[in-house]
Design a protein around this ligand. Structure first.
Ligand SMILES: CC(C)(COP(=O)(O)OP(=O)(O)OC[C@H]1O[C@@H](n2cnc3c(N)ncnc32)[C@H](O)[C@@H]1OP(=O)(O)O)[C@@H](O)C(=O)NCCC(=O)NCCS
Length: 158
């Protein structure tokens, strides 16, 4: 399977539609329930945010279709989430079930880590229900848990 990673461009209608489709599948999988009615608003927020300098969304695609995404930022006083100022924060990551275990997530994370590092982040963090996956990508877990969702906090030096 040939994988390419594209920076999300909100002016491309096909990308907006595909991000909406993928996000509608993502939220139930992480236990957030059916967010379908709210996803267009979330995609609009992402579209507005990627116009700012320290926020990124990338899509993973195969020859045939878009199959994954990653959303990340560098925490700052201007971001809507700012738990660790100056750190890269990987907010969301998803690969559709049919395309898993073929290194799409690994490539999405590598690209967004590189973008965050180039913009000055020396470390990255995230909260996750799947720490074993993130360990494979070099993240370490001290046992600290994020109170909001009970997920473990992973950290990595970029
Ligand atoms: C977790 C997820 C993003 C992995 O996507 P993927 O494209 O299958 O991952 P990759 O193929 O890039 O896997 C990279 C490595 O992690 C391993 N891996 C993948 N999923 C794993 C899991 N759930 N648990 C442990 N290891 C996992 C792979 O085997 C691979 O290891 P290898 O390089 O030694 O062979 C995907 O399963 C998903 O979207 N899950 C639902 C949403 C979710 O949990 N998102 C993360 C929220 S923080």
């Amino acid at each position: 399977m040939h994988i390419t990673i594209e920076r999300f461009d909100p002016t491309v209608a096909k990308q907006c539609a595909q991000l909406t489709r993928l996000m509608s599948a993502y939220f139930p999988e992480i236990g957030a329930g059916d967010m379908t009615p709210y996803v267009p608003k979330i995609v609009k927020l992402i579209a507005d945010s990627v116009a700012t300098p320290r926020f990124w969304a990338f899509l993973g695609r195969t020859d045939n279709e878009y199959a994954g995404f990653v959303i990340a930022q560098i925490d700052s006083s201007e971001s809507d989430w700012n738990k660790r100022e100056g750190w890269g924060f990987i907010r969301e990551l998803y690969v559709a079930p049919a395309y898993r275990k073929r290194a799409m997530a690994r490539q999405l994370v590598a690209v967004v880590e590189q973008a965050m590092h180039r913009s000055g982040a020396l470390q990255a963090y995230l909260t996750t229900p799947v720490p074993d996956f993130w360990r494979k990508l070099g993240y370490s877990f001290s046992g600290e848990v994020y109170g909001g969702n009970g997920y473990k906090i992973g950290e990595k030096i970029l």
